[in-house]
Design a protein around this ligand. Structure first.
Ligand code: TYM
Length: 330
């Protein structure tokens, strides 16, 4: 059976992009595969060196994983920093990673642009650490959103180089989404993907209150409507439809599609409908997460249990890795 591994950074609470790009797949995969799901706290240090919010974020993000349906009995749900073997493998893999390739990574270039005052070496080797997370469990399938495609390709390059030098230890990991294509959840302002760092009004969080959800959706960019039947949709309208497909009933989407094609669409009505469907989707997760977040004893138990499972897998892999690399002297 293929092994599954993925991670989410606790740099803030989770948004709809994290849910539909990653978490939704995690929940389904835990019933079908051995799974390792991780809160990537070490990765968050590369961009968020101030750790004063980290504990709160870890607790909330873990609660959001559980509220979305992850079962700590079915999968290993753990914190990256609890598995020290990660750092060891990260170091070995760094010797198989080329600086030129790392410098060309689009996510590295973005981060240099966003944090010009903190271009630390950890940012450059971010994909190496991510490869270590995956390879530590010898995982095949990595459920992620479209923005992680490049990082997966780099992990595969590292596997190929490792194989060439030290032999076959790791499978080549591939990005995974049920339904094939990796997805990109758009932001509400029609500009790019939903993310933690962009315009906060354009991102819907699993922790947003009903009123805030309504306010954000109603602010989404629209125009006065199509002027000819069956016109192509401008990006910001296409994005509204994409969001609607995620949370609304298929016949609701069809109705607004038909209205659009007939030039009778009223975007105010569409946004009201979308807002209510978003509220219906997000509110139960938010309420469950709030309750779970309060139960810090339970969260601690989940983290310990998850770390035990992840550590056992990591230690087994590292035995094989050290052996393959010739780091065994007696
Ligand atoms: P992060 O924390 O940025 O995002 C977590 C997951 O959410 C997905 N995602 C999206 N999917 C669709 N549309 C969006 N707008 C959107 N925004 C975020 C991401 O693709 C990701 O799946 N480097 C990783 C964390 C990581 C990791 C790993 C992932 C660390 N180690 C090992 C996989 C395997 C990251 O920063 O994700």
């Amino acid at each position: 059976k293929e092994i599954v591994m993925s991670g989410i950074r606790p740099t803030g609470f989770l948004h709809l992009g994290n849910y539909f790009g990653a978490l939704r797949n995690f929940v389904r995969m835990q019933d079908e595969y051995p799974c390792f799901f991780m809160l990537a706290d070490l990765h968050s240090l590369t961009t968020h060196p101030d750790t004063s919010q980290l504990k709160t974020n870890i607790h909330r993000v873990l609660a959001e994983h559980l509220a979305s349906g992850l079962d700590p009995e079915k999968c290993a749900l753990y914190c990256q920093s609890h598995i020290y073997e990660t750092s060891e493998l990260y170091l070995y893999l760094s010797t198989l990673s080329m600086v030129g390739e790392l410098e060309k990574t689009p996510t590295f270039k973005d981060k240099v642009r966003q944090h010009p005052q903190n271009v630390n070496a950890g940012l450059l080797t971010y994909p190496v650490l991510q490869a270590a997370d995956i390879l530590l469990h010898r995982a095949h399938l990595v459920p992620v959103g479209k923005d992680q495609e490049q990082h997966l390709e780099m992990a595969r390059n590292i596997v190929v180089r490792f194989q060439h030098r030290y032999g076959e230890v790791f499978p080549e990991p591939v990005a995974f989404n049920y339904g094939g294509e990796l997805i990109k959840v758009p932001s509400l302002d029609g500009a790019g993907k939903m993310s933690k760092s962009e315009n906060q009004y354009a991102t819907l969080y699993l922790s947003d209150t009903d009123d805030l959800i309504r306010k954000k959706v109603m602010k989404a960019t629209t125009d006065s409507g199509p002027t000819a039947p069956n016109s192509p949709k401008p990006d910001y309208i296409e994005n509204l439809f994409l969001l609607m497909k995620l949370v609304s009933a298929p016949d609701t989407v069809q109705k607004f599609e038909a209205d659009f094609n007939a030039c009778t669409i009223r975007y105010g009505d569409m946004k009201k409908q979308l807002a209510e469907d978003m509220v219906r989707f997000i509110a139960p997760i938010r309420e469950k997460a709030e309750a779970i977040q309060q139960d810090t004893e339970y969260l601690k138990k989940v983290m310990i249990q998850g770390a035990e499972k992840a550590r056992a897998s990591a230690q087994a892999t590292m035995q094989v890795v050290r052996q393959a690399m010739g780091l065994n002297y007696y």
